[in-house]
Design a protein around this ligand. Structure first.
Ligand code: XMP
Length: 516
């Protein structure tokens, strides 16, 4: 089914900011897709884009293996084109202009002067702008028909050819360090590409429901695994809107969830969202396969394998099921253009793979066009409560990767209590939403303490709170000292068996967010 909304295409040349361009475009209510720079011109035309953006990239245009686009691209694409950074250098070179390496790298803040001549891209903007650069090369000879629209010092920083509808900037309008970048992109989207801005949560939900109905038909059944997290909940709710009770959701308690989470979330699924859901408490089975396992990867394997067995058995009881719903997001499906070695596939081990193959099911992935913040917006429109939408990410193997060493039900219970205090206080101090993720880790360490007149020899817990935008990199959260003091004293006074609390001040890299 073709899209009913406008599309901007972003050709990716490997910049770390490509996804950011996409998010900035979508924030303006315009749908866009990222495709690799190798995407065939024919396929671009099939998508009928309102505009095409050429992203930045780490290469220099004259390098032998620099990414290229074909001459056909310039001949056949009639939609407006915006080149950013590498995109600018590439189109300048391809259209017979001249690009030279700079003697100093143009990296960081720069002062941009908009030329007083005619410019559509900088229309209505001040003549002096703060911008962010990250590339060494620059244009020294303009292609025919182009004129300079902005400079930094004596460097040509923006060019355009209104007749051919080709525009280019050397700097990055998509980053926060270019404060008026949003207005520049707005000019491109609305004044140059004539977009209407028809990408809204309501429109997405409407289109997606139609797509799901068309795909599943009148009679087929669907199964969905719920985790208690944002993505699976939003995916299941969307599918529920489309086909109602023909979707059966399965929510497995692996005994490694947070305190009371299984009960409260199941209740919410049933009574608040009215999902057709089965809760399966398999804690004992998970503890059994985890017995005496200390190695993190073995824990993950044991939990993943058990989950598949339980889910499979439960799904078979439903009978004739053809589809499996998964909450896959856009960053997981973008064909990554990695020009400097493999991109970090940190998440490959995270999801329980193998389910669709084992059960011979086809996939429904209703969120595969969305970024995480968009999923939250869609979820809000679908009436999903804040407590799920704002919930921190939680790993599939749950507390098993937060208990270093082997897992016992007693250790799980202790960690659940510590975690509850931490999370409760983050809410009390109103800082829960300021961190990406916060949790406690039970260390296999005992140390000496003193309580009243007695010497103690008890467990240590580590607290971890990080800020991040995507979990790929992270920094430790600068939590207020009075907050840390409060949780530390609550934990040691309320939880028997813990006499020491430490705060993790490692960033990722070199550490990871989880301890295992
Ligand atoms: P790391 O520890 O790799 O975590 O820095 C990055 C993000 O992924 C989550 N994580 C997992 N999620 N299964 C999951 O579903 C896993 O095995 C897993 N390991 C880490 C982690 O909580 C963080 O949000």
């Amino acid at each position: 089914m073709s899209n009913q909304h406008e599309v901007i295409l972003i050709l990716d040349f490997g910049s770390q900011y490509t996804q950011l361009i996409a998010r900035r475009v979508r924030e303006q209510g315009v749908y866009c897709e990222i495709v690799p720079f190798t995407f065939a011109v024919k396929k671009i035309l099939e998508k009928n884009p309102k505009g095409v953006i050429l992203s930045g990239g780490p290469n220099s245009v004259y390098e032998a293996d620099a990414p290229k686009i074909s001459a056909e691209f310039y001949q056949k694409i009639n939609a407006p084109i915006l080149g950013i950074c590498y995109g600018m250098q590439l189109l300048a070179k391809d259209l017979q202009g001249e690009v030279a390496p700079s003697d100093k790298r143009g990296y960081g803040h720069a002062k941009l002067k908009v030329s007083s001549g005619k410019t559509k891209l900088f229309a209505e903007l001040p003549f002096d702008l703060d911008v962010w650069m990250s590339h060494g090369d620059h244009v020294i000879g303009l292609p025919e028909g182009f004129h300079t629209t902005a400079t930094t010092g004596d460097v040509v920083t923006a060019i355009e050819n209104e007749e051919r509808k080709i525009f280019a900037v050397q700097f990055h309008p998509e980053v926060a360090h270019t404060p008026l970048g949003k207005e520049i992109l707005r000019n491109f989207l609305f004044n140059i590409c004539n977009c209407r801005g028809d990408w809204t949560a309501a429109q997405f939900i409407k289109e997606e429901i139609e797509k799901i109905r068309l795909l599943v038909g009148e009679t087929d059944n669907v199964v969905c695994g719920l985790s208690g997290g944002v993505d699976s909940t939003v995916a299941a709710t969307l599918v529920h809107e489309a086909i109602g009770k023909r979707q059966t959701c399965i929510f497995v308690n692996n005994g490694l969830l947070r305190d009371n989470e299984f009960e409260t979330t199941l209740e919410l699924y049933k009574n608040n969202l009215h999902l057709n859901v089965r809760g399966v408490d398999a804690s004992a089975e998970f503890y059994a396969v985890l017995k005496n396992i200390s190695d993190p990867e073995q824990k993950r394997k044991a939990i993943g394998g058990k989950f598949i067995d339980i889910f499979d058995a439960e799904a078979r009881r439903i009978g004739d099921v053809k589809y499996l719903v998964q909450g896959t997001l856009y960053p997981d499906v973008i064909e990554s253009v990695s020009l400097r070695g493999a991109s970090v596939t940190i998440k490959s081990h995270h999801n329980v793979g193998g389910l669709p193959e084992k059960m011979n099911l086809k996939l429904i992935e209703p969120l595969q066009e969305l970024f995480k913040d968009e999923v939250r917006l869609i979820g809000k429109d679908l009436g999903i409560p804040k407590e799920i939408l704002q919930r921190h990410p939680f790993p599939g193997p749950g507390l098993a990767v937060r208990i270093l060493g082997d897992i016992t039900p007693e250790k799980v219970e202790l960690l659940q209590k510590v975690d509850r205090i931490f999370i409760e206080e983050l809410h009390n101090f109103k800082i829960y939403n300021d961190v990406w993720q916060a949790f406690a880790v039970l260390l296999p360490v005992e140390s000496v303490g003193v309580m009243g007149d007695f010497r103690t020899y008890e467990k240590t817990v580590a607290l971890r709170a990080v800020t991040s935008t995507d979990g790929m990199t992270a920094d430790w959260a600068r939590l207020p000292f009075d907050f840390l003091q409060k949780i530390s004293s609550r934990i040691t006074s309320e939880i028997r068996g813990v006499n020491r609390v430490v705060y993790d001040i490692s960033s990722k890299p070199p550490s990871t967010i989880e301890w295992e």
